[in-house]
Design a protein around this ligand. Sequence first.
Ligand SMILES: Nc1ncnc2c1ncn2[C@@H]1O[C@H](COP(=O)(O)OP(=O)(O)OP(=O)(O)O)[C@@H](O)[C@H]1O
Ligand SMILES: [Mg+2]
Length: 275
Amino acid sequence: MAIKLCVCSTKGGVGKTTLTANLGAYLAGLGQRVLLIDADVQPTLSSYYPLASISDKALTALITDGETGSTVSTIDLSSIELGESEGALDIVLSDDPDGALQNWILHTPDGRVRLRHILSEYDDIYDVVLLDTQGAVGPLQDAAVLSADLLLSPIPPEILSAREFARGTLGMIDRLKPMAALGAPVGPLRGLLYRMDRTADARTIARELRRETYEPSKGQITILETTVPATVAYRESATRQIPVHCWEPRRNGPTASGAETMRALTGELLPHLEG
Ligand SMILES: Nc1ncnc2c1ncn2[C@@H]1O[C@H](COP(=O)(O)OP(=O)(O)OP(=O)(O)O)[C@@H](O)[C@H]1O
Ligand SMILES: [Mg+2]
């Protein structure tokens, strides 16, 4: 069975695509067979890494026709410096700039739950399926959330982001809960303090978020111990189209390197994968 992990947030610009790209490549570096799915109408993940082969079909055919084979493009592992890896890093590209797919999902009776059933066809081919989503509520975001076993939500520790997490992302989960009756239960959500700087303010907000135990959720929602620091390495590695753990394998000083951060995150999120 492939683990399906959806990176989501109802706020834009919080780091979803950067996190999806880096976590996916880190897992591929561990030897995992990883499929990325760019479920954002703005195809940022689609151009994050150089591609080795480009399929002419993409997300639209995956969702509307259930085409799981002809929709997969491949990332060039050697040019992103994962050349030795026995893993795979493939991607279903985003091809819905006009939002036609969003409309289709909205007006198709099983629109929001189809992707979940379609993705099970990847179970024997991939170990991990990572979905990147748009930072706004919509039918495509719903479909991605409902197809995941686990949700990962980056939260920058600023007061507006923290409030948006409480209001927007938790609200989205509540709204989608009834879909369990249609065979699409909402998976547990892990909040990840993201782009942490070392100010007292960031630490206070992080503490507040952690203190809120999300008791009524009964373990459905927790904030991870791992945090992702704010460092230029994430932008620099994105510019060079390589994963942050290859760009910044080690670092001296108080801030965790890209490799250390990805290792800690994987260990906490997917403990069975971190060797
Ligand atoms: N750890 C980090 N430290 C500093 N900057 C970062 C970090 N991670 C990402 N960034 C930068 O933050 C910006 C937003 O990141 P990203 O595009 O991943 O967010 P997003 O949530 O996918 O946005 P959108 O909602 O528009 O899809 C980018 O410029 C990225 O380079
Ligand atoms: Mg994005």
